[in-house]
Design a protein around this ligand. Structure first.
Ligand code: CP
Ligand code: NVA
Length: 305
């Protein structure tokens, strides 16, 4: 039984094994109706509990379809309609869900809640996004980058905008998979040293957007206002020079691809001509949440890696 709270829980070999498994399984079920289980149904009889303390479209649907395609089923709990939302502790919820289900995916704010869930659950716990990190998103991003024909070692990734939870997982991936990240973030919104330290020397922060994208193979951004954050005009103003537009994209490697975890705000962190343009891989990236998470689930049950 394994928890997937961060990419480091799997390490480089685990991440590589999951990515290889995801590529294989995606190819193997090409053309199959999406609700039809994979031929081998490797998690038949398993039920995933998904607990949401924040909104979600992709994570909710992709995990639901992932467990179905693996032959299992899911139960979705929103904090607003469960006792968790009325003050029942995470620890008690963990122990109760462990008696009914086979794995838990939690989306929450404070990362400590995820760690508490993992401490008290007796079944695998998966990070479905916290204020600290979003490892499942980065599994999908790495899969998308590989499918674009770009090997991970030596890759140059540019991040623009807010030094947030998604960046933290990209930095962690860089350290594990031996690629480089240059994050251009405005003063006051840069990731702290501990987050950059997760990159084991492969990540650095700059303030000049052009410096980040120079020679980049992948350009990534995310919303300027994450869930739970206040809409502050000062922040939006500070972020404006970090908008990914065609002029900035043109300074990256000509074969560079654009990624965004979504939901996107066209005209804020990215212009329509980039996110809806030929270098954008946002739709395969979103679909790959499904394929990557099937391998995360299999890894949690010791089926791979
Ligand atoms: N990218 C992502 O996690 O999307 P949702 O918030 O819709 O799950
Ligand atoms: N940084 C964003 C990611 C959403 C998928 C947030 O936390 O809201």
């Amino acid at each position: 039984m394994r928890n997937f709270l961060s990419l480091s829980d799997a390490g480089p070999d685990g991440v590589a094994a999951m990515l290889a498994d995801a590529l294989d399984r995606k190819a193997a079920r090409a053309g199959r109706p999406k609700g039809k289980p994979d031929a081998d149904a490797p998690l038949a009889g398993h039920t995933l509990a998904m607990v949401f303390e924040k909104s979600s479209t992709r994570t909710r649907v992709s995990f639901d379809m992932a467990i179905r395609q693996l032959g299992g089923s899911s139960v979705i709990l929103d904090s607003g309609t469960t006792q968790l939302g009325r003050g029942e502790t995470v620890a008690d919820t963990a122990r109760v869900l462990s008696g009914y289900c086979d794995a838990i995916m939690l989306r929450t704010d404070d990362h400590a809640k995820l760690e508490e869930m993992a401490q008290y659950a007796t079944i695998p716990v998966i990070n479905g996004l916290t204020d600290d990190s979003h490892p499942c998103q980065i599994m999908a991003d790495l899969l998308t980058i590989l499918e674009a024909g770009k090997p991970l070692p030596g890759l140059k990734v540019a991040w623009l905008g807010d030094g947030n939870n998604v960046l933290a997982s990209i930095v962690e991936a860089a350290g594990l998979m031996q690629f480089d990240v240059v994050a251009a973030c405005p003063q006051g919104f840069q990731p702290d040293d501990a987050v950059i330290g997760r990159g084991a020397g492969r990540a650095r922060v700059v303030s000049d957007p052009a410096e980040a994208v120079a020679g980049a193979d992948v350009v990534i951004t995310d919303t300027w206002i994450s869930m739970g954050q206040a809409h502050a005009d000062t922040k939006l103003k500070a972020m404006l020079p970090y908008q990914v537009d065609a002029a900035l994209m043109a300074q990256a490697n000509p074969a560079a691809v654009f990624l965004h975890c979504l939901p996107a705000h066209r005209g804020e962190e990215v212009t329509p001509e980039v996110i809806d343009g030929p270098q954008s891989l946002i739709w395969p990236e979103a679909e790959n949440r499904l394929h990557a998470q099937k391998s995360v689930l299999r890894w949690c049950f010791g089926q791979i890696g």
